[in-house]
Design a protein. Structure first.
Ligand code: ADP
Length: 314
C-alpha cells in the first residue's frame, strides 16, 4: 500500500545524493537508488508542522531546528495553507556524512506534503523550499543536493539566483560505490580551507572536464565520463581533511573504477563504475585498502536513482 484512504498519509523514500561529482563543484549532483532515509507524513487537524518521531539519529524534533520542519513550513507559508502535518523521520543517512543527509529530509518533507495536498507544485517548483532546509543545515541555501533528491538522476544548477536547474541523463549502467569513513568534518571547515581565487589554467581544465562530463552523460560514453571525473580545484585542498583519501582513490582506479572523488564536502568518497559487478570489485578493493587504517567506515553500493523522492514500495 502506498497511501491510506484519501491520501491522508504517505510513506516515502528520500535518496542520498552525491554533490559536486569531482569537476562540478557547487553545481552538479546525483541521486542514489540504494541509500536513503524514509519518512511518514500524515495530515493532522492541527495547523502547522509537528515532527513526532525520529529514529536512527539524534536530531531536534523542534520543526524550526530540523531541516524537514523548516522546509515544510516554507512550503506551507508559500501556499498560504492552513493545513497541518505530522512527520516521522527514519534516518539511515548519517548527518555530516557528505551524502546529503539534510537534503534527504528537506526534499522528503516538501515532496510528501505537496503530494498530500494534491501536488499543486511540480518537483522543480519544490526546490526553493527544500533549499530553506539547507540554509538551516549549512548557512547557505544551496540546491546541489536537494535538486537531485527531488528530481532524480544528475542535475546541474546553472544558476542559483534566479534558480535554473537542468536535468541531465543517467547512463543505465552507471553505479556508485561510496565509502563513509566515520570521522567528522565540519562543513564550515571544509569551506574555510577553499581558495577564493583560481588560476585561469585550472579554470580551463575544470570547465573542459565539466562540459565533457555532461556530454559523456548524454552520450552514455563511459570512458569519456571517466576521463572527465577530475577536479583540479577543490579536491587537492579538501582531500587533506580525509585520512586515506589517496589510498581509496588509488584502490578504486586500480580496480577499474571510471573515476573517484570527494562526495559533497566529505568525508564520504565516491567512485563511479560501469556495471554492478565492477562496482562490487571496487568496493572490495576500497575495503581492503582502508581496513588497515583502523578508522571505522561504511560502504554503500548503489545504482543511480532516476526518480528522486518516491512513494515507498509496499
Ligand atoms: P550532510 O551533507 O550529510 O547533509 P550537513 O553537515 O550539511 O550534512 O548537515 C547536517 C546538519 O543539519 C547537522 O548539523 C544536523 O544536526 C542538521 N539537521 C537538522 N535536521 C536534520 C535532518 N532532518 N537530517 C539531517 N540533518 C539535520
Amino acid at each position: 500500500m502506498h497511501t491510506n484512504t484519501a491520501n491522508e498519509r504517505v510513506r516515502i523514500f528520500c535518496p542520498a545524493t552525491i554533490a559536486n561529482v569531482s569537476c562540478g563543484f557547487d553545481v552538479l549532483g546525483v541521486a542514489l537508488a540504494g541509500v536513503g532515509d524514509h519518512m511518514l507524513i500524515s495530515r493532522s487537524t492541527k495547523k502547522g508542522i509537528r515532527i513526532t518521531k525520529i529514529t536512527g539519529q539524534d536530531l531536534p524534533l523542534d520543526p524550526h531546528e530540523n531541516v524537514a520542519g523548516v522546509a515544510a513550513l516554507a512550503l506551507l507559508d508559500h501556499l498560504n495553507s492552513n493545513a497541518g502535518f505530522e512527520i516521522e523521520i527514519y534516518k539511515k543517512i548519517k548527518a555530516g556524512s557528505g551524502i546529503g543527509s539534510s537534503a534527504a529530509s528537506s526534499a522528503g518533507a516538501v515532496w510528501g506534503i505537496n503530494y498530500l495536498l494534491g501536488s499543486p507544485l511540480s518537483p522543480q517548483q519544490l526546490i526553493p523550499f527544500a533549499m530553506e532546509g539547507e540554509r538551516l543545515a549549512s548557512g547557505v541555501a544551496h540546491a546541489d543536493n536537494v535538486a537531485p533528491a527531488l528530481l532524480g538522476g544528475f542535475t546541474l544548477v546553472r544558476s542559483s539566483n534566479p534558480l535554473d536547474v537542468v536535468c541531465l541523463p543517467s547512463p543505465s549502467e552507471l553505479y556508485a560505490t561510496v565509502i563513509h569513513p566515520q570521522i567528522e568534518i565540519k562543513t564550515a571547515d571544509s569551506r574555510r580551507i577553499l581558495k577564493t581565487n583560481i588560476s585561469l589554467t585550472d579554470g580551463i581544465k575544470q570547465w573542459g572536464n565539466l562540459g565533457a562530463l555532461v556530454a559523456g552523460l548524454f552520450k552514455e560514453d563511459y570512458p569519456l565520463i571517466g576521463r572527465s571525473l577530475e577536479d583540479v580545484i577543490v579536491e587537492p585542498v579538501r582531500s587533506i581533511l580525509i585520512p586515506g583519501f589517496d589510498l581509496i582513490k588509488k584502490a578504486a582506479l586500480d580496480a577499474g573504477a571510471l573515476g573517484c572523488g570527494i562526495s559533497g564536502s566529505g568525508p564520504s568518497v565516491f567512485a563511479f563504475s560501469k556495471g554492478a559487478e565492477k562496482a562490487k570489485e571496487v568496493a572490495t578493493a576500497i575495503q581492503a585498502a582502508y581496513t588497515p587504517l583502523d578508522i571505522p567506515f561504511e560502504l554503500h553500493l548503489s545504482k543511480i536513482n532516476p526518480q528522486g523522492v518516491c512513494l515507498e514500495k509496499a
